[in-house]
Design a protein around this ligand. Structure first.
Ligand SMILES: Cc1cc2nc3c(=O)[nH]c(=O)nc-3n(C[C@H](O)[C@H](O)[C@H](O)COP(=O)(O)OP(=O)(O)OC[C@H]3O[C@@H](n4cnc5c(N)ncnc54)[C@H](O)[C@@H]3O)c2cc1C
Length: 602
């Protein structure tokens, strides 16, 4: 295990200097969060992660969750983790004080989650999903449901899940068949099965509250006929005691990574005795669930960023310790009488380290930027709130899928730095390599996120979100010019022109009704667009760093700020040009995967 799994200075730099997050306390809801109280919280969570999470990270992989005699067992340390997480207020931290929450800004929530995920990504989902499930009840449930479930959930006594997926309905939720039949007492008889349900059962919670999508008997086909239900593992009797609710845990899926985080198969109503309670109105379930899914998408992006961050620090440490090879001297030879150099001396290793840094810190900046938009949506009013929401909507597929996709690349490069040792289980890189793989699959695959980006978010409100993004990018470009980062400012402006050109080119297909062609390469569009968005985030960070150096107003070392500018330059030189290749593919008139394609070609 490496000495370091994340960098508090970088986190604070983005929070305070880039995003000025401590100024959120000008809003009444967040009035209690000045910088001192935020720092105390960050330090407390880091100490918790150091003591209770990071030391168990490897062990949770080696001793995975397992299924025995109808029950799922997770690592024993999770008992302490859940208790302590509840004590620290980490379950439902954004909830109102009246509901037992801390009214913590979303921005700060994700800053804390980044610390926890970097320390041990196997353990954080339990509290995260419980928060998300409780939040759905908070937003759309009746007062009775809120009173019955939320307190136990945020106390960590009851777990929460999101139960969408069925064997025949993964990406395509319109094919959900779980059924709900109304009964006289106002509840519903639930039947069906859900697979791959994270955190769905274990020995450390007394009860599990499954936020379940099902179809009320006779409901319209497709997504318009899906409703949302609270389906507990144990239901509350009129006396206030708990009784079995006929939700059977049929299995826990063995996995290649995130092995400490259980993934269950649930069967509802096999004995005709499973009850569910409708959340909100009938047939609006998917709309409600989107709230949880959008939160979960930021969470997945944050988890991927954090795994890749921890992997970066592990490979950086190795590169500073491993002697191998010699530099070529001025005569063009290697002098074997000289000592071997550390591998960090080799430009190719430096390139891999800079690539990792540019991916993980660029992704972290985007996640925190998006979280702040979520806060502004909540606390601002009128147009400001609406615009923050639109921009967040546009960025959400990138927040989820850039860290997932490029985090894989980042960890792959980290593993490469360890050479043969990286492939062995003596070193931790291989665990991050396996753990991160799921992040581009669950919460909507990258393919589905890309369809959402190009098919829904780009044309949304006649391209208004894109216009808002362009405005923000132009502001950054202006500041970059003022800070002397003129070359990169011009580069980004040029790339913005390309984004507009390529997007316009694709939209023509949509206008002509040729949606197959419009969306065929949505994933390439996602790569193209997200490379641009991360470049914008890097320019933003570099402007702040450059100004801090020039004004000699540095909270951290000079090298820290220079490192930010250097990594931005790396990203612009090595990553940004990849837009050209993707743009070329996107502008091609060919249709290899649509009209020209035949299954027999494969
Ligand atoms: C470890 C783990 C934990 C999970 N946790 C949860 C959970 O807590 N709750 C929950 O409800 N679900 C959960 N899931 C389910 C997860 O969200 C789904 O696996 C995921 O959405 C993909 O669905 P699928 O596996 O059925 O794949 P499919 O939908 O069959 O997709 C297979 C491939 O086809 C592509 N594809 C599918 N449809 C299209 C399309 N229209 N256009 C282009 N490409 C398409 C996909 O991108 C993918 O590459 C979990 C899964 C795993 C493995």
């Amino acid at each position: 295990m490496a000495d370091k799994y994340m960098d508090l200075d970088t986190l604070r730099f983005i929070l305070y200097e880039v995003l000025e997050g401590d100024k959120l306390n000008k809003y009444e809801r967040y009035a209690d969060y000045d910088r001192t109280s935020l720092d105390i919280l960050i330090d407390a969570v880091k100490a918790f992660a150091d003591q209770e999470l990071y030391p168990y990270f490897k062990e949770m992989d080696e001793k995975p969750a397992y299924y025995q005699d109808g029950q799922v067992f997770i690592h024993p340390q999770m008992e302490k983790v859940l208790k302590k997480a509840a004590e620290l207020g980490l379950i439902g931290p954004g909830f109102e004080y009246e509901l037992g929450g801390m009214q913590l800004p979303v921005l700060y929530n994700y800053a804390l989650v980044h610390i926890l995920d970097s320390a041990n990504n196997h353990s954080t989902g339990y509290a995260g999903l419980t928060t998300g499930a409780a939040n759905l009840i908070r937003a759309f449930g009746s007062e009775e449901l809120k009173a019955q479930y939320i307190p136990k959930m945020i106390a960590g006594e009851w777990g929460g899940t999101m139960a969408l997926t069925e064997p025949q309905a993964g990406s395509s939720l319109s094919d959900i068949v779980s059924e709900a039949v109304p009964i006289d007492d106002g509840s519903y008889a639930i039947s069906g099965q859900k697979i791959f349900i994270s955190g769905g059962d274990h020995q450390f919670c007394e009860n599990f509250v499954h936020l379940t999508l099902a179809r009320i008997q006779g409901a319209p086909a497709g997504t318009k006929g899906i409703s949302l239900f609270v389906v507990p593992k144990k239901r509350i009797t009129t006396e206030g005691t708990l009784e079995d609710n006929d939700v059977v845990t049929a299995a826990d899926f063995p996995k290649m990574g995130q092995k400490g985080y259980c993934t269950t198969h649930l069967v509802y109503g096999e004995n005709g005795n499973c009850r569910g309670w409708l959340v909100g109105e009938a047939n609006r379930g998917l709309k409600y669930m989107f709230q949880m899914m959008n939160e979960a998408r930021i969470s997945v992006g944050c988890a991927a960023t954090s795994m890749a961050t921890a992997a970066y620090y592990a490979s950086l440490q190795y590169a500073k310790e491993r002697p191998q090879g010699r530099k070529i001297n001025k005569k063009g030879v290697k002098d074997v009488s000289e000592e071997q150099v550390l591998i960090i001396e080799h430009p190719d290793v430096r390139r891999m380290l800079l690539l990792q840094k540019s991916i993980v810190e660029g992704a972290l900046a985007l996640i925190l930027h998006a979280s702040r938009l979520d806060d502004l949506h909540a606390v601002e009013e009128g147009t400001a709130s609406e615009e923050a929401h639109l921009l967040l909507e546009l960025l959400t597929p990138i927040v989820k899928s850039y860290p997932a996709e490029m985090g894989k690349v980042s960890i792959d490069n980290g593993l490469q730095i360890l050479g043969g040792y990286g492939f062995t289980t003596d070193f931790i890189l291989q665990q991050y390599y396996r753990d991160i793989r799921i992040t581009s699959i669950y919460e909507g695959t990258t393919g589905i996120q890309s369809l959402d980006l190009l098919g829904r978010k780009i044309p949304m409100e006649n391209g208004r979100a894109m216009q808002l993004l362009a405005k923000e990018v132009m502001e950054t470009i202006g500041l970059a010019h003022e800070s002397g980062l003129t070359q990169e400012a011009s580069q980004l402006q040029e790339r913005m022109g390309e984004v507009q050109l390529v997007t316009g080119h694709l939209l023509k297909y949509a206008e002509e009704g040729d949606f197959d062609h419009y969306l065929a390469d949505a994933t390439i569009y996602f790569e193209f667009f997200s490379t641009f968005v991360i470049a914008w985030q890097w320019l933003k960070m570099a402007v702040v760093a450059q100004q801090a150096i020039e004004r000699n107003a540095m909270t951290y070392s000079k090298e820290f700020y220079e490192g930010k500018v250097m990594t931005m330059r790396f990203y612009f030189q090595y990553e940004l040009p990849k837009m050209t290749a993707a743009g070329e593919t996107l502008k091609s008139p060919n249709s290899l995967t649509v009209e020209d394609f035949s299954v027999d070609h494969l």
